[in-house]
Design a protein around this ligand. Structure first.
Ligand SMILES: Nc1ncnc2c1ncn2[C@@H]1O[C@H](COP(=O)(O)OP(=O)(O)OP(=O)(O)O)[C@@H](O)[C@H]1O
Ligand SMILES: [Mg+2]
Length: 705
């Protein structure tokens, strides 16, 4: 199988910069200034009015300087985030931090950044200034080599902050004709104009009108872009005439110019008026999405008897042509995004129309139905597809959850949405987020219900994945009690599975064996292959292994792998392969064990399964010792120590895994001698998870270090 998405963040060192979608014009001085300030200061905040080019300039800069930061340039966009309490989490998630441990998130974040030599870009802070300032301060104190570059309409008010205002683009004054052509704003106009009207060329006939237009628009890039797209239907002179009329009306008698932010507002208002009524309505409705969205989502959420679903495709195309929507296409399909300032405008419009609540409800409904579909399909052949799809929709899911949690009458939908997405929290690296939301949603829905039962077993699963076995047990027991009260036998069985998992982590093998056995025996529901039956089988085999009953574990795992193969299930199969590697290793078949471990590890990389990868790497280190490749094992042990740090409790705190780890370290030290071992261990400590996995897979040879 070919990997269809870029390596997820958190596995890489080089950052997560988005591509530049349009050509960039001018700003040579500003960029040089910013570079200098970044050299001298640890926090640079780029300020300026909406649409002036803060985000775009910073993105350009980021691409130019990425080579200067060995640990990468990381980009976090907070534009559509509403909840100040989620700033920390959003940043951690953009950095791809494993998000496993149950420790305070600030600790994990600071520790992850640690001594990394990296640039963190936080785009759009103005609505969350306080939260951003606190976090940035904390991070800069904890991480001596970190630099932060923020964009915000207002500064963060930190004493050591270097504030760099972004002025509008140069506008032509009464300069000689030749200089008009090279003025930045004229260049931007020409560049966007030729994209919509391929015949358009700046020449001596139109240059004066273009220059005047840029002056009228105060050199604000967004305003210039909005005007330029009108060349599709109007001439430069016509655009200029219409805008001049409008501005002089707004400025009132006796005034010749508007303040800049009003210029932009007027340009947006003008652009808005030139849209068809249906396009205007769609523009307003699309503002309920968080960042980007797919066409199907727009069709469902925004349609009603005033906007027919079948017309939405054409309307979206119209908004793309008018530069209201950005279009982004990649291997996974085409997505659209409303430009930030224009989303704000749309949101105000939607409030005025009195449709905000309804649209948010439909947005929630859409993502709830998508989540249900993804859950139903999870155990099947399109697992990887759903993994990628739901990761793409993560921001929209968050927004839908936030809405549901704070809206009376919709909190139960939050619970259902969260529970359906159990695989996203547990399997795809977002355990901490899942826990946070589940705890909030359970609190908001205190009455006993089937929905609560499901959420409780998901919570138990999430906590066990953090190594918090006591918390996991508590949730599983609550699930069991409540499930009996509502007569939900399916939840009782799943509760038993989760209680068994917790017992396994706690090292209570007898209890684990009994509870997992019950879960397996009474599982009759095909739908519960995942998360009930198959993981229970893998876990039971681990129990058997820990009890020394390898002969029984192996056929169990073989059957499990067979079911996985038949169904196209990958995620559990990666765990089954790992358990199989342990079984084979324990019976002296190290070569075969390596094969199984690698099979599992390859799958885990696709799923961003950090916990699973670390567990597999632990086993691979042991296999390498058994194969006489102690140096590779020592490198892996170094990498493991380093990577467990942010991934939560090493070995989940499970005694049977910890014992194997200690044994491996001892054997490795013995084989290499203390000095050589330490050198290799230290060297391995510099490997990120992706590199460590490549080493384990044989894609990266020791000699390359
Ligand atoms: N130097 C430039 N060259 C080309 N395009 C630019 C330039 N500066 C800005 N733009 C374009 O102008 C538009 C507005 O810019 P941008 O989104 O960066 O503004 P902003 O200051 O971040 O606004 P906001 O406060 O709303 O976040 C974008 O479409 C951007 O691509
Ligand atoms: Mg911006």
């Amino acid at each position: 199988m070919r990997l269809l998405m870029a390596t997820p963040t958190g596995w890489r060192r080089d950052g997560n910069l988005p591509a530049e979608l349009t050509s960039f014009v001018g700003r040579t001085r500003l960029l040089a200034n910013l570079k200098r300030h970044l050299g001298e200061s640890r926090l640079v905040t780029v300020t300026g009015i909406g649409g002036v080019g803060k985000s775009r300039t910073v993105l350009r800069l980021a691409h130019q300087v990425r080579g200067l930061y060995p640990d990468g340039v990381w980009f976090v966009d907070l534009a559509r985030l509403q909840d100040a309490g989620m700033v920390r989490h959003t940043i951690a998630s953009a950095l791809g931090i494993a998000d496993r441990s149950s420790r305070a998130e600030s600790e994990t974040l600071s520790e992850w950044v640690g001594d990394r030599d990296m640039l963190l870009i936080i785009d759009t802070c103005e609505h969350l200034v306080q939260g951003c300032a606190e976090l940035v301060h904390e991070l800069l104190e904890a991480a001596p080599r970190l630099k932060v570059l923020a964009t915000s309409r207002q500064s963060l008010h930190l004493p050591y902050e270097q504030v760099v205002p972004v002025p509008p683009l140069q506008v032509p004054d009464d300069s000689p004709l030749a200089d008009l052509f090279t003025s930045e704003s004229v260049q931007l106009f020409a560049s966007r104009a030729s994209a919509v009207a391929p015949d358009f060329m700046l020449d001596e006939r139109n240059i004066h009108a273009v220059a005047e237009l840029c002056r009228r628009l105060d050199g604000i890039p967004l305003a210039i872009e909005l005007a330029a797209v009108r060349l599709r239907a109007l001439s430069v002179e016509q655009i200029l005439g219409l805008l001049t009329d409008r501005f002089s009306l707004l400025a009132g008698a006796g005034r010749t110019a508007l303040p800049r932010h009003q210029t932009l507002r007027a340009a947006i208002g003008w652009s808005h008026e030139l849209c068809e009524p249906a396009e205007r309505l769609l523009w307003a409705r699309l503002s309920v999405f968080a960042g980007d969205f797919e066409l199907d989502a727009a069709r469902y959420v925004c349609s009603d008897d005033r906007l027919r679903s079948e017309d939405i495709t054409d309307l979206v195309t119209g908004l793309v042509e008018k530069s209201i929507l950005l279009i982004q296409s990649n291997h996974a399909g085409v997505r659209y995004k409303l430009i930030d300032t224009l989303a704000e405008y749309g949101e105000e419009w939607l409030e005025k129309l009195g449709q905000a609540r309804l649209m948010r409800h439909k947005h929630l409904e859409y993502y709830l139905s998508l989540a249900t579909r993804s859950e139903d399909a999870w155990s099947g052949p399109r697992q990887l597809y759903w993994f990628i799809r739901m990761r793409q929709e993560h921001d929209n899911v968050r927004l839908a959850l936030e809405h549901a949690l704070r809206t009376p009458g919709e909190t139960l939908m939050a619970l259902t949405l969260l529970s359906s997405l159990w695989f996203m929290w547990v399997c795809c690296g977002f355990v901490r987020e899942g826990r946070l939301y589940l705890e909030r949603a359970l609190e908001a829905n205190p009455g006993v219900s089937k929905e609560r039962c499901k959420a409780l077993w998901v919570l138990s699963y999430v906590r066990s994945a953090q190594g918090d076995s006591a918390g996991a047990l508590e949730a599983a027991e609550a699930c069991s009690t409540e499930a009996v009260r509502v007569g939900d036998s399916r939840a009782v069985i799943l509760a038993s599975k989760m209680q068994g998992t917790a017992a396994l982590i706690q090292g209570d093998l007898q209890k684990a064996s009994a509870l997992l056995g019950v879960a397996i025996e009474f599982n009759t529901d095909n739908k519960e292959l995942n998360p009930g039956l198959l993981p229970a089988i893998v876990e039971l085999s681990l129990v058997l292994l820990a009890q020394g009953e390898n002969q029984e574990a192996e056929p169990l795992l073989r059957d499990c792998l067979q079911v996985c193969r038949e169904r196209g299930e990958l995620w559990v199969s990666s765990y089954a392969q790992w358990a199989m590697a342990l079984t084979k290793l324990s019976t002296g078949r190290a070569d075969e064990a390596l094969h199984s471990a690698r099979e599992g590890l390859r799958i885990k990389r696709h799923f961003h399964d950090i916990l699973g990868s670390l567990l597999s790497l632990e086993t691979t280190a042991r296999i390498f010792v058994a194969l006489g490749r102690a140096r590779t094992a020592a490198l892996l042990l170094g990498a493991l120590q380093h990577n467990w740090r942010t991934a939560g409790l090493p070995m989940l705190g499970a005694p049977f895994l910890a014992g194997d780890h200690d044994q491996c370290v001892k054997e490795c030290q013995k084989a290499l001698g203390e000095k050589v071992y330490l050198a290799a261990f230290e060297e391995g400590g510099r490997l990120d998870l992706d590199e460590a996995s490549a080493l384990a897979l044989g894609d990266l040879e020791d000699s390359s270090f």
